[in-house]
Design a protein around this ligand. Sequence first.
Ligand code: ADP
Ligand code: MG
Length: 250
Amino acid sequence: MVKIESVRKSFGHLEVLRGVSLDVPPGGVVCVVGPSGSGKSTLLRCVNRLETIDAGRVWVDGELMGFAEKAGRLQLLRPDELCRQRQEIGMVFQRFHLFPHMTALENVMEGPCTVKRVSKAAATSHALALLDRVGLADRAGHYPRQLSGGQQQRVAIARSLAMNPKVMLFDEPTSALDPELVQEVLQVMRDLAASGMTMIVVTHEMGFAREAGDHLVFIDDGLIVEEGAPREVLSNPRHERTRAFLGQVL
Ligand code: ADP
Ligand code: MG
C-alpha cells in the first residue's frame, strides 16, 4: 500500500533522510521509533508530500507520489493532482489542530464538504458515525475548548477518516497528552488497526508498538538502523544504538 524507496531529504547542508526504504502492505501497521531529530516526522511528511524529496520514490496504492510519468520521463505533478493524491493519506499530528470555532461535528464534516463537495446530509451522517466510532457520539456539538486533549485528538482522527484515506500517518499522536488520556487515543488507533487500516505510526508508546504493530522500525540519524517484528526488536535488539535508545524509553 505504501512503498518508500531510497528516499533522501536535506534541509540546506543537513541531510535528514539518507536513503530510507520501507514497504507497508495493505492493512499493515508499521511503528517508527527513534531519537528526537532522527528524521521520523520528515519521513512521514515525505510520504504525503508535505515535503518534496531530493531522491528516491514514494508510491501509495501503486501510484507514484508527486510525479507523473510521461513518455518514460518524470514530471512534477500539477497542484490539483497533488491535492487529489494527498486526500488519500490521512495525517494526525501531535497537536490536534482542530478548527477552534467549529464543533466536533463541523470539524469532521469540513473536509468532505469543502474539498470533496459531499452533500451536507451525507457528510453529517458519515461524521456522526465516525464520532461514534471514536467514542464521541455525545460530544458532536462541543467545541474543541470544551473537550479534553484526548477527546480532541479522537476528533482529529475522525476528521482524517472522514476523507476515506487509504493510509493513515500518525506523528506522535499521544505525546502532547496528559498520561491518563493516552490510552483512550491508543484504543481508537488499535481499533483502526484491527479494522484493516494501513498505518504508519511514529510513537514512543512501546506497548502499542508491541501489541498493535506488525513491524517496528528504529530510525537514527536519517537511516533505518534496525527493523523487524516488534516483539523481536524490543526484546532482542541487535544494534548498540537500538539498545541504547530502548534503554532510555522502556
Ligand atoms: P524527528 O521527528 O525524528 O524528531 P524531524 O524529522 O522533525 O525529526 O527532524 C529531523 C531533523 O531535520 C532535525 O534536525 C530538524 O531540526 C531538521 N528539520 C526538520 N524540518 C526542517 C525544516 N523545515 N527546515 C530545516 N530543518 C528541519
Ligand atoms: Mg517528530
